[in-house]
Every structure is written in C-alpha cells, then in structure tokens.
Design a protein around this ligand. Structure first.
Ligand SMILES: [Zn+2]
Ligand SMILES: [Zn+2]
Length: 420
C-alpha cells in the first residue's frame, strides 16, 4: 500500500515534468537540458555561473542580430505592486530602443532597466487611456533630472477630431506642467524637456510611421474605446514584433500581424473573473471583457488565425488562481506557443530561438550618467520668485556659505547662493 502510494507520486511527478518539457518544446523556448545531459565543462566552483536563467538588467550584451523585449507593464487599468499598466520595451541589436505604451506605474520599471535616458527617446502610444500613457509626464519631466539631454520623441494617433488626438493631449500636458517646467528650465540643462510629438492618422492601415536606421514601425487601426486607437508592428533585421495596445479582435491585426515572431496582444480576464474578482456587474463584465477588450477565447482565436512564433497575452492580473483559467480558455481556441506575461518578463529573440526568462531588479536605482556634455542652465528661462516669497526665505549664510565653498573648492568653481 505504502509502496503503491510512493509509486503513484513518482509517476505523477514524471508526468508533470513531461508536460513541462512538452510545453517548452512546443513553445520553441529553450528546453535547456531537456534532450541531452547538460554540458558542465563551463562550470567551476570559483567562476561566475556560465548561463543565467534570470536576467539582470544591464549585465548582458545584445547581439547584433538580437531583439530583447522586456515587459514593463502587463496589468489591468489600475496599478498594483506586482503589475504596472501597459508598457513594453523593445531593444534592438543596432542600439535602438523603443517604448510601446507608457502606462501608470511603468516609469519605475523603465528605470529598473538601468538604461541611460538618452537611449530611451522614442515612445509609441497606442491610445490615450491613462493605463497606456499615464506615466508619460513622469518619464518626460522626471527624465530631465535623470540626465536625459535628448528631446523625447512621442508618436501617437489622431482622434475623430483634433481634441481627441495625441497632439492636443500632449500640448495640454505641457500646459498642465507649466509650473513644473518653470522650476526646472532655468536651473538645470533642460534639453531633455523638449517634446517632439508625431501624430499620425488613426485610420492608416499598415502605414509607416517610423523608418530610421533599418527599423520600420507601422500602425494599424484598433477597435477599442473610441476612434483613435491603434496597434503597432515593428520590423527590423527580419524580425517582426507586434503590439496590440488595446483592441478587440479585428481584421487589420489578422491581416498584417500574420507570422510575427512575437505578438503581444491584450488578453483580458474572462467575464466570470471580472465579476468575482474585479467586482463588475455581469453586464459590465460582458461589455468590458468581450466588446471593449479581448477575452482569452477571443485572444486564442486571433492567435490561431495569425500563427506567431510566440503568442504573448497581457493586460490582466496574472496570479496563481487566474492564470490557469485564462490559459485553459485560450487553449479552447489556440494550441500554439503561448506565454502569459507578467512584469519583468524578458524575451530574447533571434531567428533561431525565443528565450523567455524573468528578470531580477535592483531597488536602489540611480540615474545612468549623461551621455552628452552638460550645458549651464539657461538663466533666461528662470522664473523668479515674487518679493513676497523671497522675503520669507531664511538664507543662513553661515551654514550655506560653507556648503558652496566645499563644492567650489572641489570643482574649481565660483558659485554663489541665490538667497543671501
Ligand atoms: Zn484602453
Ligand atoms: Zn488598457
């Protein structure tokens, strides 16, 4: 009796391993050691581990033919510690880096990549929901104190009328932050505060919106919210990355994303879970979960019709209890390679392999250095205090003077405090 129990457990364990191996093989992910004994010649008791199964940002070269995709926001509209709202980083072996969506909470994840902000100068926004561009202002203005000296370039769709488009939204964002800009512009080198906005027609079908340095980004219309939502397709070096932002299944995605290497498409929670976990009324759950967003079954159908090398579902709270149900529902309509993304998931993509890992991150992030020589601040942009506010400042010259002396001595400068 005892023996039978043990045997059953072992058999169950073997079956579980077999299923995992089968999933890895089907997904064309790295089935490391699955088929033959591992090569241990590179291992040593005193050397670094030869191959890491965790990604540590900033520690790995990108091969010239490689694309690295990092999930920096995979959750629902509302931010939570485990998942920020939509944001995907695509890094290419030619040195170019692209952010697709920059939803609430994602700036923190971007910073964790330890990439100099001057390299992160291209943001593509799929639509103007806060969970898709809520951290743009933080990244844009915060970036000016994180050593960005290159203008931030932002691409986004038009709307049904100009006031629903990206250009007006970002013009108003700049007006909204006029106080913030007033505090910085005359005090630091503010070249990184320049915003370059590229609005393109939302109804362009497979229209080229970016074509530089061998990289082409196209937009296709999305069906989500209102007129003025799009999905993106990036192609470089024979690799194709597609990002839905938000959309329900649509003919443009099916036609133009076909055969993508990595297709990142929204995959919302099923309406049943929107009711029980999210607290939606049944009608809200059905409307939001199938008519405004893509349910797991709809996601699977789209992937079956487009057959990417790897299908990636995102935009749901991906937990131990939700993921199995989402996966099982996707499997009703799709049998191919599948990953359900969480924040900090990393995809290394070449023509031969798509490797998926989780990344570790450092909590104590400091800015990477400025990549250009810093200019002195443009004093003409400084906004003065009124006499009233100035009259309230306690200058403490006997305390602040030595602080200035200390810096002047170290750096051979001759700066003086504003408040005397
Ligand atoms: Zn949306
Ligand atoms: Zn969304």
């Amino acid at each position: 009796m005892q023996r039978q129990t043990v045997f059953a457990f072992v058999a169950g364990g073997v079956a579980a391993v077999a299923i995992i191996v089968a999933v890895l093989l089907v997904a064309n992910l790295s089935p490391a050691g699955a088929q033959s004994s591992p090569d241990v010649s590179a291992w040593s008791p005193t050397k670094a581990v030869p191959e890491l199964d965790v990604y540590y940002p900033g520690t790995e070269d990108l091969a010239p033919d490689e694309m690295r995709i990092v999930a920096l926001g995979t959750g629902m509209p509302s931010v939570r510690p485990k998942q920020a709202a939509a944001c995907w980083l695509v890094e290419l072996g030619n040195g170019d880096k692209f952010l697709f969506d920059i939803g609430s909470g994602s700036h923190e994840r971007i910073a964790a990549q330890k990439i100099p902000y001057d390299y992160l100068d291209k943001v593509f926004i799929g639509h103007l929901h806060v969970d898709h561009y809520g951290d743009l202002a933080s990244f844009w203005l915060g970036g000016t104190t994180m050593n960005r000296l290159t203008p931030l370039r932002v691409w986004g769709p038009s709307g049904a009328t100009p006031e629903y488009g990206t250009a007006v939204a970002l013009q108003k964002m700049q007006e909204m932050y006029v106080w913030d800009i007033g505090t910085r512009a005359g005090v630091i080198d503010f070249r990184g505060g320049e915003l370059e906005v590229h609005e393109f027609p939302f109804d362009g079908v497979n229209q080229v919106i970016y074509d530089e340095n061998g990289v082409v980004v196209r937009s296709i219309p999305a069906v989500h919210g209102l007129d003025g939502a799009v999905s993106f397709i990036l192609e470089w070096n024979g690799l194709k990355f597609a990002f839905s932002s938000d959309t329900i299944p649509n003919k443009w995605w099916v036609e133009h994303v076909k055969g993508a290497d990595v297709a990142v498409h929204e995959c919302f929670l099923p309406p049943t879970l929107l009711v029980t976990k999210q607290g939606f009324a049944p009608i809200e759950a059905l409307q939001v979960g199938t008519q405004g967003h893509t349910s797991p079954e709809q996601f699977g159908k789209v992937m079956s019709m487009t057959q990417p090398r790897l299908a990636v579902g995102y935009h749901f709270y991906n937990d131990f209890d939700t993921a199995p149900e989402v996966r099982q529902r996707v499997r009703k309509t799709y049998e191919g390679p599948l990953v359900l993304a969480v924040d900090y998931m990393v995809f290394n993509v070449t023509k031969d392999e798509i490797r998926v890992r989780m990344s570790a991150h450092d909590e104590e992030i400091w800015p990477s250095p400025a990549l250009k020589q810093k200019n002195p601040p443009d004093i003409s942009k400084a906004v003065e205090f009124s006499d009233f506010t100035k009259s309230g400042a306690l200058a403490f010259p006997e305390i602040v003077g030595p602080i200035y002396d200390e810096i002047n001595q170290i750096y051979g400068t001759n700066h003086e405090p504003a408040f005397k």
